[in-house]
Design a binder for this molecule. Sequence first.
Ligand code: ATP
Ligand code: MG
Length: 400
Amino acid sequence: MSLRVAFLRVTIPPLLYSKYKDTKMKIREYFPLGVASGRAFCNREIETQTLNNNIQNGQHTVIVSPRRYGKTSLAQHALQLSNIPYCKVDFFIIVDERTIEKLILSSINTLIGEIFGSTEKILAIMQRYVKKLKPTLSVSANGPKIELSPSASEDPSHNILEALLMLENMLREKKQMAVIFFDEFQEISLVEKRHGIEAAIRSVAQESQQLSFIFSGSNRHLLSSMFEDKKRPLYKLCKKIQLERISKQHYYKHLNTLAKRKWNALLPNDTFESIMTFSECHPYYVNNICEQLWSQSDNLPRPEDVKLVWNWLIKLEKSEVIQELAALSLNQKKIMVAIANGLVTGLTSKDFLNQSSMASSSVIRAIESLVKKDLIILNDDKLSILDPLIKYSLKEMNWV
Ligand SMILES: Nc1ncnc2c1ncn2[C@@H]1O[C@H](COP(=O)(O)OP(=O)(O)OP(=O)(O)O)[C@@H](O)[C@H]1O
Ligand SMILES: [Mg+2]
């Protein structure tokens, strides 16, 4: 049964105030599955304030959280509010050091263009601060532009160091602050094992007066080791923002604002509770559920509708979940199933060891590895599955 058909079967009283409904509302804009901004952005006031204070004080920040909690959204939200020029360098797909170099140089070049205006003036200033990099003026269909070319004979980390120093010096001359936001930053450590680029960034960041850096990425264990391991160049460089899920109380206000725009009424309490229960306040799943509820029904959704959407989502994401679980060892799967079914402590108890035919050392190893993969978390001595959809799938469907 398709979701749309399922909704037609739900009998819901007609809305009293439908003439006030926001018919122009683009649901995806309010519940994006990617970066949340504008009206889609819920709360995060304290985190935004903290990040903006760091930026204003020239302090560097690393934003850490499990996957899809809203790191990128928070950084972009705070940067837009700060009114300080910034560039974002996304290392989502990098294959080697030259790609990293290219991404950083071109972002710096664009940022300089935005701050300094006239290309001829920029060229003259740039040339004062570079030795190996080659800034050149070229003419494109859109008019003159500056290209910042690396020296092919130099190591990428040297070129990056020179470009960052050049930017810092130019900003000092203009008494201008700026921010560089490095997203998916952990990827650097996968292609560059010598940590030369991390060292180049550190040497600029620790002396910088005008530049503030924000680092984030979706693999928090790799990211944390870059900033918390004494042997790594970026050790203790940053203030850390540990991002948690958005609270139920903040979602209450946010979702009801958007419910009023769509239905000119508040969400029924049991519907709201149902959204929070299935999604466990995980921002990605709140948006996934709400996007369907807001776009499928002309009437206020009821808890049954939330359940229908959730079951539909489970079916939709089934192959992804299977793929994620297929990569686990048998012991890791046993642990996941046990936790999903409510065994959140006592996994090394005799009962569980007998029942699962596992040795306690194997249980401990499996738990450590699942924590590292960010599939489970340990909080107040209790284990839980991080992704509510994976948890639900394991519980309901008994796939493993
Ligand atoms: N403040 C917010 N208000 C409402 N929704 C949000 C907020 N922040 C993030 N989201 C939603 O959460 C999901 C993940 O957001 P985002 O991509 O910013 O997270 P992320 O932590 O950077 O993810 P990844 O770990 O994959 O890099 C998206 O659906 C986004 O729209
Ligand atoms: Mg992100």
